[in-house]
Design a protein. Sequence first.
Length: 117
Amino acid sequence: MKFFTFNKESGKNISKFNSDFIMSRIVQTNSAASIGCMHLGKNGLIGFHQAVGPQLLLIVSGEGLVSIDQEEYYKVQPGDAVFWEKDEWHETKSDNGLTAIVIESEELNPADLMPSK
């Protein structure tokens, strides 16, 4: 399990085309990628399982806990990105709920674009 950040402070100001926003880059793939949004409610749980492939979890709202052994848990909050390698065991849970984007692809390498946390 590796931790990265995509918070506002890690991004770059974009002014091209008269724009005014901050872009925090996440990943780039050349092969197929699956992208979904997970909504955990109060006492929500993504049960302990092995990643079927490289997986990146991007916390966009709420907060929760992640673990790779169900013994030690790490707090995650908006702007945090958690990366699991293929076959790595993991679990995500939240007392009050969280929303996260999940990206799965054989080519994921978040260290190419995001700073470590």
